[in-house]
Structure formats: C-alpha cells, structure tokens
Design a protein around this ligand. Structure first.
Ligand code: GUN
Ligand code: FE
Length: 424
C-alpha cells in the first residue's frame, strides 16, 4: 500500500476564514484529507498520489459548512406567520401553541425530520438548536441530529413562569428532566446536550439557580436569549427588580460565562453587559432576519461587538426568521449593518470577510475544529456550483459573495461531513 492510499484529495477553489478580517482563497488547489480530517492545502499533489483518490470539483468553490448558532427546531412550520406582531405578543399568539404540539412524539418526529433535512439542504452542518419543553420530543430531536451526522447542541427547554397553562413546567420537574437529559447524553461526540432556559421572563429564579448548578456540575453549555426587544427588556426589569438587566440575572445564577454560553440577539447592551459578554466563553448570536421580523426596536451593533473582541456568530432563528439559509443570513448581516450605520454612523457596516467568519469559523469554535480548513479541522464542507450564474472573470471571493446574495441551495452540489458525502 502506498503512502497516500488512505488519503483523499478534493480539488477546487478553496475559501475559508483565517480570522475575522481575513478570507483565505486558494485557487485550483487540493485539500488533503485523512479519515475525515484536513491535513493541508496544496497547489499540487505528489506524483505518487493515487488518481482514484482525487475528487476534482473543477471550477467550483469549496467552503466550510455553515454554523447556525440559534434556531428553534419546533418553530419550523411556523415561519413567516404573525410577522406583524411584537415579540411577546407573537410568542403567546403563535409560538407557544405551535411548540405545545411537540407533546405528541409522532408530530415531533415528523417535523424534526423535515427540519434537519432542510438544515442539510441549506448547507448547515453545525447547529445549535432550541427545542420545546417536552422530554420525549427533545430526545427525538437529539436522535435525528445524531443519525444524520450533524454537529449539534440541543437540550430540553425550560420555562416555569409567565407561560400559558398548556405550555409550562413545574420547577422541580423541569430540573429533574434536564438533569436526566444531560445524563443520558454524557460522552457523546458530535451531538451534545446543552441547558436551554427560554429567557429570563419565563424562568423563575429558583429554576435559573438550579440550571446554573447543573451547568457547573456537568460542564455543559448554556443557550438562551437576551437583550432582544424593547418590551422584553422592560418586562425583565419589572420581574427582577433586584437586577440591573437580563445578563446580570444569568451571570449571578452561573449561566453566563462560567461555561460556554451562547446568547441569541444581544441587541441592547450597555457597558456592563458588554463587559460580561467579553468573556471568551460567551458567544453573541446575531439573527438579522428575526430582528427585522419581530420588530425588536433595534439592530445589533455588530461592528461594535467585533471591535470589542466579543465572539459573534449568526443564527437563522426560525420561526421569527423565515429562512434556514445561513448564506442568506450573511447577506442580511451586511445589509442590516449598513442600515444601522445610516442611523448611527459611529459604527461602520461589516464586510463579507467578517460576516463569513461569523457564519463559519467563529460559531465553529463551540463544536471544536469545525468551520475552517486548518490542519486538524473536520472536513465538513460544501461544494458550491455557481456555473448557472457564469462569471469566469470573477474571483472566487466575488463568486462567494454572489452566492450569498443571489444563490440558493440549488448551488450546493455536495455536502461532506467528516469526509463522507451527505445524502439529502
Ligand atoms: N425569546 C424567547 N423566546 C423566543 C423565541 O421563541 N423567539 C425569539 N425570537 N425570541 C424569543
Ligand atoms: Fe430565538
């Protein structure tokens, strides 16, 4: 057997983020992969490299699979409905009734299968899911993510107050079920459990404190929402008068920064909150489409957070977002930052390199070695065929930009997870 018999090589125009400011683009190059792990990128292969182990993708783009760092699996069928409502109104009118249906395991299996298939179709190979409160449905989601080979976090949602009678838990039971869920999924590799308090409004302090203890005991990440909408922030202040803001409530209950912490939205953050989020464990998730749809009252100052060194990623946040395309969310991130800049010129708009970084490498840190093509990273990859758009004269980076703005899932001609072709 030759030295390279177990290697695979993938040829094309390879693009990935080195850091927030730098896109690496290697035209007509080869990624060498061994057992699903990237070994390096080279302009040519050694003479003795077996031809049958080369997959030549020609002029196509080869990019890392996307990371969707905030998405509500049970809201998959609710997209685009009630978009004239404010957040809290939208939650009670549309979202809680939709999520309550996941008490039915058959329904959960059906919808979660469609949901995960659509993630893959859109090129999301790494996902941080928000589930429903139901134990069984949460197990079903976990299993489907595992079966389909994604890299994921998911848990069991917690809510024990300010929720309708048909969609609420007892505090003790919520903690017992959460601990059981985590124990069931110790030592898994690609899909991992997380702790998911919905937001402070629907969680009592007793529940939050108990979840903080579990977070410390099992060293699992936290996933929640904060600082999303003007009305929400007002209610948080009324409900928790002893605290300055939602971030402090999480922080003092061991749910912000003590372990990896993924917080959706983070739109309205004063200096105290920014300082808490500067912790390298924390990730703020920008969900541009959702922010516009549910009328939050503001747009995340992405550039400000990037400049402060706060970790940032992108989420589709369906059902307040409507599209599972993270490529589209990259374009939205750039567009929304330009709109924000018109009203607050202090913060520049973000560029493609920054938005692509948020959508790949930055979110990928939470899964370990995904979202880029450094040596040792997982070969979790998309091949983009944009030949329907022509453009021989464009650079690969220009073609990537065009794919984000004008392309769609039909341009994704192959997905690889750990070097294996994904069937969709
Ligand atoms: N805050 C609490 N729950 C939700 C939700 O389901 N969607 C959004 N966008 N914000 C929330
Ligand atoms: Fe959300």
């Amino acid at each position: 057997m030759g030295k390279y018999s177990k290697y695979r090589a993938y040829k094309g125009n390879i693009i990935y983020s080195q850091d927030k400011d730098t896109l690496i683009s290697k035209e007509n190059s080869y990624i060498l992969v061994l057992d699903g792990i990237v070994k390096g990128i080279y302009p040519a292969l050694p003479e003795e490299f077996p031809k049958e182990n080369v997959m030549d993708w020609g002029n196509n783009l080869i990019i890392p699979g996307f990371c969707d760092m905030h998405v509500h699996a049970p809201q998959f069928l609710q997209r685009g409905i009630g978009m004239d409502r404010e957040l809290l109104d939208w939650l009670t009118t549309y979202t809680y009734p939709t999520e309550a249906k996941f008490k039915n395991a058959e329904h959960a299996r059906k919808v979660y299968t469609l949901f995960v298939d659509e993630l893959l179709r859109q090129g999301t190979l790494h996902v941080n899911c928000f589930p429903s409160i139901h134990y069984q449905a949460s197990e079903i989601l976990f299993d489907i993510l595992e079966q389909k080979g994604l890299f994921a976090f998911t848990g069991k949602l917690n809510m024990d107050q300010n929720s309708p009678a048909y969609y609420i838990e007892e505090t003790e039971q919520s903690l017992i079920d959460t601990e059981k869920f985590i124990e069931q999924h110790q030592n898994t590799s690609q899909v991992k459990p997380s702790i998911v308090p919905r937001f402070t409004i629907t969680c009592s302090e007793k529940l939050l404190a108990g979840l903080g203890d579990l977070c410390q005991k099992y060293e699992v990440p936290v996933h929640s929402h904060m600082c999303e909408a003007v009305n929400e922030m007002k209610v948080v202040k009324e409900l928790f008068p002893g605290y300055k803001n939602g971030a402090e409530i999480f922080y003092k209950n061991n749910l912000l920064g003590q372990r990896p912490t993924i917080m959706a939205h983070c739109i309205f953050m004063d200096d105290d909150v920014l300082a808490l989020m500067e912790n390298p464990n924390c990730l703020a998730v920008h969900c541009p489409e959702a922010t516009a749809n549910i009328n939050a009252g503001g747009i995340m100052p992405v550039k400000k957070l990037l400049q402060r060194g706060i970790n940032l990623a992108i989420g589709s946040d369906i059902g307040s977002g409507a599209s599972l395309s993270i490529a589209r969310a990259i374009a939205n991130t750039i567009q929304h930052s330009k709109i924000r800049n018109m009203f607050d010129p202090q913060w520049e708009a973000v560029n493609l390199a920054e938005a692509f970084y948020m959508a790949t490498r930055s979110g990928g840190r939470y899964f370990n070695q995904v979202g880029a093509f450094d040596e040792g990273y997982c070969f979790n990859t998309l091949v983009i065929d944009d030949s329907n758009m022509f453009g021989e004269e464009l650079t690969p980076v220009e073609r990537l930009e065009r794919f984000c703005y004008a392309g769609d899932d039909r341009n994704i001609c192959m997905r690889y997870l750990l070097g294996k072709e994904v069937e969709i």
